[in-house]
Ligand binder design. Structure first.
Ligand code: SF4
Ligand code: SF4
Length: 161
C-alpha cells in the first residue's frame, strides 16, 4: 500500500511532525469546547433521533492530504458496516475522522442556532477556526512533500507493491 511506503518518510520530516502536533492540540481544544458549549450533545441527540447532516457523498469532499493526515493520527478508515445512505466516514458513534474538512466543521444547522447561545457558537467557531488554519498549513506542506518525494524518489511511490 502506498501509505505504508510513504508514512516513514513523512515521519522523518520535522516541519510536518511539528504541524501535526499543533493540529492535534488545536483539534483537542476545539473538541473540548464543542462538548462544553453543548454543541456535541445537540448533535448526538439529533443523530439518535434519526437526524444528522452527514449525508451520502460527503466523503467526496476529502482529498488525499487530509486522508493521509487522519491515517497519521491513527484513524482507522475501514468501515465494513457503513450505511450506504450516509457519508462513508459516519461511524456508530459519529464521525470517525479527527481532522475534518471546513464544510463539516463550519456547518451548523437551525437546530444549533436556536438551541445554543450565540456566544457559545462564536467561541466554538473561534477555536475550530484555529484548527482549520493549522489543517490548511499542514495540507499545503504535505502537498509540497508529496510532489517533491514522488518526483525525486528512485523507487516509484505511486505504484503499489
Ligand atoms: S449540525 Fe444540526 S443536523 Fe447536523 S448533527 Fe448537528 S444538530 Fe443535527
Ligand atoms: S462530519 Fe464526518 S461523517 Fe459527517 S459528513 Fe463530515 S466527514 Fe462525513
Amino acid at each position: 500500500m502506498i501509505y505504508e511506503r510513504i508514512k516513514d518518510l513523512i515521519k522523518q520530516d520535522d516541519e510536518i511532525t511539528g504541524l501535526m502536533r499543533e493540529l492535534d492540540t488545536s483539534i483537542e481544544e476545539a473538541e473540548k469546547v464543542r462538548k462544553s458549549t453543548g454543541l456535541a450533545k445537540e448533535c448526538e441527540d439529533c443523530a439518535k433521533g434519526g437526524g444528522g447532516c452527514c449525508g451520502k457523498g460527503m466523503e467526496g469532499y476529502y482529498g488525499i492530504e487530509i486522508i493521509l493526515i487522519n491515517l497519521l493520527m491513527g484513524v482507522k478508515l475501514d468501515q465494513p458496516e457503513y450505511r450506504e445512505d450516509s457519508c462513508y466516514f459516519l461511524g456508530e458513534d459519529g464521525c470517525i475522522l479527527m481532522a475534518r474538512e471546513v464544510i463539516c466543521v463550519n456547518f451548523l444547522c437551525e437546530r444549533i442556532y436556536s438551541g445554543i447561545p450565540l456566544r457559545n457558537i462564536i467561541l466554538f467557531q473561534e477555536v475550530s477556526g484555529i484548527a482549520l488554519q493549522k489543517l490548511f498549513y499542514l495540507e499545503e506542506r504535505i502537498k509540497k512533500f508529496l510532489r517533491r518525494t514522488v518526483m525525486t524518489s528512485s523507487r516509484p511511490l505511486l505504484i503499489a507493491s
